[in-house]
Write a protein that binds this ligand. Structure first.
Ligand code: NDP
Length: 293
């Protein structure tokens, strides 16, 4: 069997078109330009690249992105003060504080300074907490509005747009970070999947993965998940981004997996292209919530 490719580039393109229309309509109705402030300290190359990519995606949709860059040596109080100021600014609808933050900065203190209403990457405790507490799909939500991290939200969007049914399925997530693995697991559980979360201490990881109808990899280890870890016909979502001698590879051994899986995201061109546009979607949603309050 050769798997159907879950094309993240094509899915992101469709989503960009939808957001173009939604932004135009919002601006026409309210006269407000949805705006994100991207904050970082230092010049981590990945963060510089991502900030520029966000700016490009935002401006192409008629939205605005402000980049606020402090020196790597900036004291924590400065970073906290900047985030607090932006949180109180009515012209800013979304804020993203880029990681990694420089050594010596307490990331928790910086995130706590974020307004949960502007936390478009879902890193504030309020947003993470509401995702944990929200009722399963189809029941009254029971919590206030919240944002989820863009990367797993993109994975969910790929599943939804390709008609992958989650209810009653066994989903296995390898990786339990707060920005990818854990929220992905919670979002799939909300859609009534039975979820197993794996991590570096999981015993016989291969055997657990083989039980998965939907297998999500968010590990950061190149091609760790082999073809014979995959149940024939399973859906594989690979969040991994690893540089191996200048070539980008996922956490799944794609050439092996594609022969076994029913559906699979490639790397590059799978979950990656979705992240940025999901963040932008959240900025529009944040602006909507703040302007129509
Ligand atoms: P983290 O390093 O924060 O988390 C990695 C997770 O993998 C941890 O839970 C860790 O377990 C687990 N892990 C590590 N080694 C093993 C192992 N041998 N067996 C089982 N589990 C293991 O990574 P992130 O969640 O931030 O990122 C995961 C991947 O997703 C990376 O490749 C990253 O580059 C990529 N990424 C992709 C994005 C995109 O846009 N597509 C955006 C963000 C990240 P433990 O908790 O026990 O330490």
């Amino acid at each position: 069997m050769t798997a159907t490719i879950l094309d993240g580039r094509a899915t992101a393109k469709t989503l960009r078109g939808e957001i173009n229309d939604a932004v135009a309509e919002f601006k026409e109705k309210t006269g407000v330009t949805p705006t994100i402030a991207v904050v970082r300290a230092g010049e981590d190359p990945g963060s510089v690249w991502y900030a520029n990519a966000i700016k490009k995606t935002m401006t192409k949709r008629g939205m605005e992105a402000q980049l606020h860059v402090l020196p790597e040596t900036a004291p924590q109080e400065k970073l906290v003060a900047l985030v607090s100021k932006l949180s109180a600014d009515p012209n800013i609808h979304g804020i993203m504080v880029q990681e990694p933050m420089p050594k010596g900065i307490d990331e928790g203190a910086v995130k706590a300074a974020l307004s949960p209403d502007k936390d478009v990457d879902g890193v504030h405790e309020v947003n993470a907490g509401r995702l944990t507490m929200v009722a399963p799909a189809g029941r009254p939500e029971g919590v206030g509005p919240f944002f989820t991290p863009a990367t797993p939200a993109g994975g969910m969007e790929i599943l939804r747009r390709h008609g992958v049914e989650l209810s009653g399925k066994h989903a296995v997530v390898v990786g339990r970070s707060n920005i990818v693995g854990k929220p992905m697991a919670l979002m799939m559980m909300r859609e009534n999947a039975t979820v197993t979360m794996c991590h570096s201490r999981t015993a016989d990881l291969a055997a657990v993965c083989r039980q998965a109808d939907i297998l999500c990899a968010a590990v950061g280890r190149p091609e760790m998940i082999r073809g014979d870890w995959i149940k024939p016909g399973a859906v594989v979502i690979d969040f991994g981004v690893n540089d191996v001698e200048g070539k980008m590879v996922g956490d799944v051994a794609y050439d092996e997996a594609v022969e076994v899986a029913g559906m699979i995201t490639p790397v590059p061109g799978g979950t990656g292209p979705m992240t940025n546009i999901m963040l932008v979607k959240n900025v529009l949603e944040a602006a909507r919530r703040q302007v129509t309050k």
